[in-house]
Design a protein around this ligand. Structure first.
Ligand code: ATP
Ligand code: MG
Length: 474
């Protein structure tokens, strides 16, 4: 059965071009030129999607949207707006519009939007139970990148282009900007999406283990190698292998990875037979690789080999127009996952979020909202609630020591989080909202190892039970 779309716009030219766009893509189309006619049409035609002009004669687009949301809460509505309508656009997004298109309408953008709509629909049907927590090495769910800023639309375009090929991609960006989501998105939009997506977290693997993890080993290669084992490269087959924090890859492994990238071949540890692999390589870094190259920590030839195509994940402060949409998404997600009842932001709260600079980017925004939704009993989160949560959120460490020195407190705080995360550096960084190099430097400074005991064990436990324990997400 064909999908149905209703287009509500008073400009004949837009109605006609939109109608043509959808008919060419095999949709059934019905059109209306004003709000009341549009509402009646939706009632009788029962479309899967509505395209709605925000400026309409009679009933305004926003009023129509509000009416549609209350009568058909599940029905996605895409708004058509002009650049000068930013305020009503934000209101429309807050009212629950799926997304918006700027006039003049760009066909590629429109196609991307329809694709994202499909993704959302799939994700929703998946979400009935719970959203599964992705794990390295397993087949993971299709990721959902929520964004509508120009900057992220550029990123979407590059994702669409590169996912058709097997070219190596390097994703650069600050912590929490969504680099891993982008990597997953490249994989799950590719023709090889049914093959594995494997994560190699270069910063959490012990140096000596990297090689056998990646390439596998032959029986007897080292003490304890009782049988031959395939590495992640081999297990990934024609899928994608994601090198997270590639800047941290040990130098000797950088040479071996380069050789693989050039020849498609590698050798298992302790073996001598070259093995061929078609795995596609995507890498990410939140560090300046050119600087690592200058410092002699990263091979220049590997850097050039990796950066054939680069994607820069923009920091959230440079694309604040994504904040209303992200906020809405995270609040819904918390509702769906039963973390907190479905909450709304007051206009003042949203304004505050829009003013903030978000050094921890999208991850920090999600943390703040989670904290706020969980700690606030009211259904509407006000500016005051949000302000308190922003101040509390662990985007950096809380350094006001309850007792003892500031450093002792910091040491125990980091240790506590490391223990609660089973010493998974990636998760610890996420929870502390701290970059990996900083975490490593702190671990070195305080000599933190698995067996380390907290200095003020009792104080720390007490604090953890109260306000300092960061909220776990997802
Ligand atoms: N555009 C987005 N839409 C929805 N969720 C997002 C978006 N960007 C980031 N997130 C969420 O924010 C968190 C951080 O994203 P991700 O792990 O991809 O960032 P990263 O750039 O890899 O960070 P790091 O450098 O710290 O590893 C994740 O929970 C992710 O789901
Ligand atoms: Mg990451």
């Amino acid at each position: 059965m064909k999908s149905r779309v209703c287009i509500i716009d008073d400009q004949r030219a837009i109605l006609e071009s939109m109608e043509m766009f959808f008919r060419l893509r095999n949709w059934e189309v019905a059109t209306a030129a004003d709000g009341p006619a549009g509402l009646a049409l939706v009632e009788s035609f029962r479309p899967a999607l509505v395209i709605l002009d925000i400026r309409l004669p009679g009933l305004s687009g926003l009023e129509v949207l509000e009416e549609l949301r209350s009568r058909f809460p599940e029905l996605p509505v895409i708004i058509i707006t002009a650049y000068q309508d930013m305020e009503s656009t934000i209101r429309a997004i807050k009212l629950g519009a799926f997304d918006y298109l700027h006039k003049p309408i760009d066909v590629a953008e429109m196609d991307a939007l329809i694709r994202r709509l499909e993704q959302t629909r799939q994700a929703r049907s998946q979400k009935e139970g719970e959203v599964p927590e992705p794990e390295a090495g397993q087949s993971d769910p299709q990721p959902l990148i929520i964004a509508r800023s120009r900057k992220m639309k550029e990123v979407f375009k590059v994702i669409a282009l590169v996912s058709e090929s097997r070219v190596t991609v390097l994703i650069q960006g600050e912590s929490g900007t969504g680099k891993e989501l982008i990597a997953r998105s490249i994989h799950y939009n590719s023709p090889w999406k049914d093959r594995p997506f494997t994560v190699m977290d270069c910063s959490t693997l012990v140096d000596s283990l990297v090689e056998s993890e990646l390439f596998g080993y032959e029986k007897g290669a080292f003490t304890g190698a009782q049988e031959t084992r395939k590495g992640r490269l081999e297990l990934t087959g024609e899928g994608t292998i994601f090198f997270d924090e590639i800047g941290e890859l040990p130098l000797n492994m950088q040479g071996k990875l380069l050789r693989f990238l050039q020849s498609g071949e590698f050798v298992r540890v302790g073996g001598n037979q070259p093995i061929f692999s078609k795995a596609r390589i995507v890498a990410a870094t939140n560090r300046d690789l050119t600087k690592r190259v200058q410092d002699g920590k990263f091979r220049e030839d590997l850097y050039y080999r990796l950066k054939v195509v680069t994607i820069n994940a923009p920091p959230l402060r440079n694309r604040k127009s994504d904040i209303p949409l992200l906020t809405d998404f995270f609040l819904r997600k918390m509702g769906a996952q039963n973390i907190a009842k479905r909450k709304r932001l007051s206009p003042g709260a949203l304004e505050l979020l829009l003013q903030h600079d978000w050094p921890g980017n999208v991850r920090q925004l999600e943390n703040v909202l989670t904290r706020c939704a969980v700690l606030t009993p009211d259904l509407v989160l006000t500016r005051e609630h949000t302000e308190a949560c922003l101040q509390d959120a662990p985007h950096s460490l809380r350094l006001e020591a309850p007792e003892g020195s500031r450093e002792d407190f910091e040491r125990d705080h980091i240790l506590g989080i490391l223990n609660s995360q089973d010493w998974h550096l990636g998760k610890t960084c996420a929870q502390l909202q701290m970059s990996r190099p900083t975490l490593r430097a702190r671990m070195k400074k305080y000599g933190l190892k698995k067996a380390t005991v907290p200095l003020g064990a009792n104080d720390f436990k007490k604090e953890q039970g109260n306000s300092i324990k960061p909220i776990r997400i997802g």
